[in-house]
Design a protein around this ligand. Structure first.
Ligand SMILES: [Zn+2]
Ligand SMILES: [Zn+2]
Length: 454
């Protein structure tokens, strides 16, 4: 008998199916978002996030929206970092694959009772090129911050620059999670989005001192909330907001709701509904309100006592006010605008502009133009819609042909033309979300097997 041979069973802790990556920058204002974590997880397994979502995650989420694949939820991927059921389902699914129990900290779920989902998250990706560059040069994990996904945050609180929304190379926006998302890179053209001296410089900010003051304040206030999330012992309740706001009304205007409403420039009834807990202010409204009162948003949400600041009330800079009304057309300008619209309609330049784009370039709201020049606006819209429809049909046609060719080519090479493989060779892989293209793929594969070539 060998004495050092221990026959007792070893206790091996349970293994996770996927890598158990550390949650980047947790406990800081710059905690990564859940979609960013998925992107990093996919990269550590050397697959596209779309493949990871489709093969590993979707089967665990037995819901209509995720049962098939990422193609179906492309336009809603922002919600994966939010407060709703899409986020909680994903937290569960990814948690069970990676043995993480606190992935909800990468979403807004801990604040789901406080912040209504309306106006909370942006629908497309936003980023700070200088943050990416710093992460890269400091050899840190490259990730997207949860802070960048929130609509009220417009600037990077570290670099005081506006967040970017379009790639400087291909000029296209990115989705929060796309089939080929990659941390720090454009999911459309694959270029590095960090502010490197080799690429085109991102747009420098055009902010005034007062605007910058408010935007920095807002970004820092929200960052403070995110940094505190892991320290919360329980979910912050809806009542907490109502109590906090009632306390503010008492403190600032001795319980007078009407006066308080005037002070923070919000309708009286709205304030009343907030104080009674029948309604909750959207995140951006609450942040604006706290800025006006010069109090911390976090204190309002978590502290029983709120301190009245030395300089109690300040107003938002005019250019940052929530409702930007565009002026109606002056009588003297009516003829001029009509002539401009006519010129646009008669111009045969392609592609024809949308009414939205024309309205923007003329400095009016689309509805204002419509009200004044109904027939002309209808004609311009119809031309645009017709052009877009033809363009869409043509590109579907072109993509169908491409799919057929790719399937045949893969088959000739003895490789099974799976959706993921075919998508890899397509000029527009996102088109696989269209039913028509998927049918073409299906039919081409069927024709191969019926001919017995496969
Ligand atoms: Zn930054
Ligand atoms: Zn790009």
């Amino acid at each position: 008998m060998c004495e050092i041979w221990d026959l007792n069973q070893l206790t091996i802790p349970p293994r996770s199916i996927l890598h158990h990556l550390e949650l980047a920058r947790i406990n800081t204002p710059y905690v990564e978002s859940l979609t960013s974590h998925i992107v990093r997880l996919a990269e550590s397994h050397s697959v596209y996030p779309g493949v990871l979502m489709e093969r590993q995650i979707a089967p665990l989420v037995e819901k209509q929206y995720a049962s098939a694949n990422l193609h179906k939820i492309y336009n809603y991927t922002g919600a994966l970092n939010g407060t709703g059921v899409m986020a909680s389902d994903l937290v569960q699914a990814v948690g069970s694959l990676t043995a993480h129990t606190n992935l909800h900290l990468l979403t807004m779920l801990p604040w789901s009772e406080v912040f209504p989902s309306r106006g909370l998250l942006r629908h497309s990706r936003a980023w700070c090129p200088m943050c990416y560059e710093e992460q890269y040069s400091n050899h840190q994990e490259i990730c997207d911050f949860l802070l960048w996904t929130l609509d009220v945050v417009e600037i990077c609180p570290i670099h005081h620059q506006r967040l970017c929304h379009t790639c400087p190379y291909c000029k296209q926006p990115n989705l929060p999670l796309a089939w080929r998302s990659r941390a720090g890179y454009c999911s459309k053209c694959g270029e590095w989005l960090g502010n490197s001296s080799h690429g085109p410089l991102f747009e420098r900010s055009d902010l005034s001192e007062t605007e910058l003051g408010w935007l920095s304040w807002a970004a820092n206030a929200v960052g403070e909330i995110l940094a505190t999330t892991p320290k919360l012992t329980s979910k912050v309740s809806k009542n907490r907001v109502a109590r906090g706001l009632s306390a503010c009304v008492d403190l600032f205007t001795e319980g007078n709701i009407a006066e308080f409403a005037r002070l923070v420039q919000v309708p009286k009834n709205t304030v009343w509904l907030w104080c009674k807990g029948k309604n909750s202010p959207q995140m951006d409204t609450l942040v604006r309100l706290c800025f006006c009162l010069n109090i911390s948003v976090l204190d309002l949400l978590t502290q029983e006592q709120i301190e009245v600041p030395a300089e109690p009330v300040r107003l938002l800079p005019k250019s940052c006010c929530q409702t930007k009304r565009r002026a109606d057309i002056k009588l003297t300008d009516l003829k001029q605008v009509e002539l401009q619209l006519e010129a646009v309609f008669l111009d045969h330049k392609l592609p024809p502009p949308s009414l939205e784009a024309i309205a923007k370039s003329l400095g009016y709201h689309r509805k204002t133009l419509y009200r004044n020049f109904k027939a002309l606006c209808r004609a311009i819209s119809a031309k645009y819609v017709q052009y877009e429809k033809t363009r869409y049909l043509n590109s579907i046609e072109a993509c169908s042909e491409e799919v057929q060719q790719v399937v045949l080519r893969l088959n000739a090479q003895g490789v099974y033309p799976s959706e993921a493989r075919v998508s890899h060779f397509l000029t527009k892989p996102g088109y696989l979300r269209y039913k028509k293209i998927r049918t073409v793929l299906q039919k081409t594969r069927e024709s191969l097997s019926s001919r017995g070539i496969e």
